[in-house]
Design a protein around this ligand. Structure first.
Ligand SMILES: [Zn+2]
Length: 339
């Protein structure tokens, strides 16, 4: 009997040692200690043992069982630790793998051009200011020398909130607000959204953007305006760009001009892009009208200045050769990603 128990114990120890993983270990446990296990069978055979030998045999069985259980426990702990270790190793994050890219969209071509314009003018000492999009009729028209019944008011038909308040048709009212609140010298640009009662088509939108610019100081002349805008045109359209000033009329500047740049596609020879003209109109400008200066509390005998208004979309469409303004407002990712 003792030999048999010894045999069971030795076999059990070896099988436990060789089990290798938790499920195999459990099989070994069942095979020895389970209902039909080897050691259980020995216990069941106790009835055949002579009564006087039973305590001794019982003790051997218990000792064997205890030894096997201890070994099972110890092995189980080792295997569990090893399994956890393996799991941790397999789940380690490989920091050298390329990261998953999140779709974060793309900056709008309008925003790219506006950034470039801002960089250029702030580099020349201009301040970037903002004004309200919902504006007093006074600032949008009257203070800019556009009295009620002036034909220019018709051209800029807009959305009226009431008799005195409009959605601004231009960024020019910011000029007046700045002149009222600051003493010259003034060097500012005012980018922002403006509104007109226009139907949507390839070149019109009821809401678009302008960048107003203004300089007021002693002794500012048209030559300063020309020099500034010539540099601006080179910055946006390239070093070889030439500018042309065509006389024009705006109520709030005198003299006034529209500015063309030489076609950056054909260099001025005339092509489809410039409709054979060789020149492309980019903005309007002029010397601030003495009446506007006076209304804003600045003495036109002492100070003079120039102002310009750039259509942001116009520059963006030209620069990126986009032929339909509506593309700028659809925010289609496939379109935006091209710039
Ligand atoms: Zn051309």
């Amino acid at each position: 009997m003792r030999d048999k128990l010894q045999q069971i114990k030795e076999n059990a120890m070896r099988e436990i040692q060789e089990s290798g993983d938790l499920s195999k270990l459990n099989e070994v446990r069942v095979a020895i200690l389970g209902k039909k296990g080897e050691l259980t069978a020995v216990l069941k055979g106790m009835k055949d043992v002579a009564p006087e030998d039973r305590p001794k045999v019982g003790q051997w069985v218990n000792e064997t069982r205890a030894a096997i259980e201890e070994k099972l426990d110890e092995t189980k702990k080792k295997l569990e630790a090893a399994a956890l270790d393996a799991q941790l190793k397999s789940e380690v994050i490989d920091v050298t793998l390329p990261a998953k890219r999140n779709k974060i969209g793309h900056s709008h071509p309008n925003a790219e051009v506006l950034d470039q314009v801002k960089r250029f003018f702030t580099g020349m000492g201009y301040e970037v200011v903002e004004g309200p999009e919902v504006e007093y009729d006074y600032y949008n028209f009257e203070a800019l020398n556009i009295p009620a019944n002036h034909p220019a008011k018709d051209e800029q038909d807009t959305f009226y909130i009431n008799d005195k308040i409009v959605l601004r048709t231009q960024t020019s009212p910011v000029q007046v607000r700045v002149m009222e609140s600051k003493k010259p010298p003034i060097r500012m640009i005012a980018p922002g959204r403006v509104f007109r009662a226009d139907e949507v088509d390839a070149t019109h939108s009821p809401s678009f953007h302008q960048i107003e610019g203004m300089v007021i100081d002693k002794g500012i002349t048209f030559a300063d305006l020309k020099g500034t805008l010539a540099e601006f045109a080179k910055e946006i359209f390239g070093e070889d760009t030439k500018v042309k000033f065509r006389p024009h009329h705006f109520p709030f500047t005198e003299p006034s001009a529209e500015v063309d740049v030489s076609c950056f596609k054909c260099g001025g020879k005339g092509c489809r892009f410039c409709k054979g003209e060789g020149w492309i109109e980019i903005l309007g400008c002029g010397m601030v009208h003495p009446k506007v200066l006076r209304m804003s509390g600045i003495d036109p005998e002492e100070y003079s200045g120039f102002a310009f208004g750039i259509g942001l979309e116009r520059i963006t469409l030209l620069k990126y050769e986009i032929d339909d303004m509506r593309l700028l407002y659809e925010n289609d990712d496939r379109f935006l990603k091209q710039f």
